[in-house]
Design a protein around this ligand. Structure first.
Ligand code: THU
Length: 132
């Protein structure tokens, strides 16, 4: 199954009774395996999680730590980009040249590099050589 199909398929399972904004994400890990996630909202609003976070959690649970491509599928008529928090979450596991595809059910599509979505990402390297 293509990354696009996987992202749209998992979007059908999104639990978004509050925003009604259903999102699906599919990640191809370096092994070639695809991991998916959808947004999961909660009556306590800040406890909700994004589709990207779910897909990352599935990848990590499967024992993989590097991703090579991302696809985010959402509703609405405007293209979405991953939220700020998800950009940082993705950047933890992606090189700058990783492509992040975004699409809507209305047919809009766009692609951006990871380092265009989050220039100057905070990374593990920033904590090297810190005395304490
Ligand atoms: N959402 C995602 O799952 N991914 C994004 O990239 C943007 C926003 C979710 C969070 C929330 O459940 C709903 O969309 C509205 O913000």
């Amino acid at each position: 199954m293509s990354l696009k199909k996987a992202a749209f398929a998992v979007r059908d399972n999104a639990y978004a009774p509050y925003s009604k904004f259903h999102v699906g994400a599919a990640i191809r890990a370096e092994s070639g395996a695809v991991y998916v996630g959808c947004n999961v909202e909660n009556a306590a609003y800040p406890e909700g999680t994004c589709a990207e976070a779910g897909a990352i959690a599935a990848m990590i649970a499967a024992g993989e730590t590097r991703l090579s491509e991302v696809y985010v599928a959402a509703g609405g008529s405007k293209l979405i980009t991953p939220c700020g928090g998800c950009r940082q979450k993705l950047a933890e596991f992606a090189d700058g040249d990783v492509l992040v595809h975004m699409a809507t059910i209305s047919g809009l599509e766009s692609t951006m590099r990871m380092d265009a979505l989050l220039p100057g990402a905070f990374g593990a390297g920033h904590m090297e050589d810190t005395p304490e």
